[in-house]
Design a protein around this ligand. Structure first.
Ligand SMILES: [Zn+2]
Length: 94
């Protein structure tokens, strides 16, 4: 069962969430209003927000906030000798 973490987030959680959003290992949280690129939500202590409109989201999965998802994928990719997704043009969408 996946747990949720609600805003307000700690600065450390914000850093982990934004790292997750940029890492490209898993689908990032995106705006519910906008389409196309540039719609990844950006985390602050008050929650996540869209850079293009006033869309807000106030929770994330616990594995995003504690850094475990990125750390786990990073180990897995390193063990397999694969390049990390964020070395490519951008995070996958869709
Ligand atoms: Zn938006």
């Amino acid at each position: 069962m996946m747990r949720r973490v609600d805003a307000p987030f700690t600065p450390e959680q914000v850093a982990h969430i934004n790292e997750f959003q940029l890492a490209g290992y898993m689908h990032s949280f995106t705006c519910g209003n906008c389409s196309g690129c540039d719609r990844d939500l950006v985390a602050t202590v008050d929650g996540l927000h869209c850079r293009r409109c006033d869309y807000r989201q106030f929770w994330v999965h616990s594995f995003m906030a504690d850094g475990s998802a990125v750390a786990g994928y990073r180990r897995m990719f390193a063990a397999a000798g694969l390049e990390t997704p964020n070395n490519q043009a951008g995070p996958p969408h869709g």
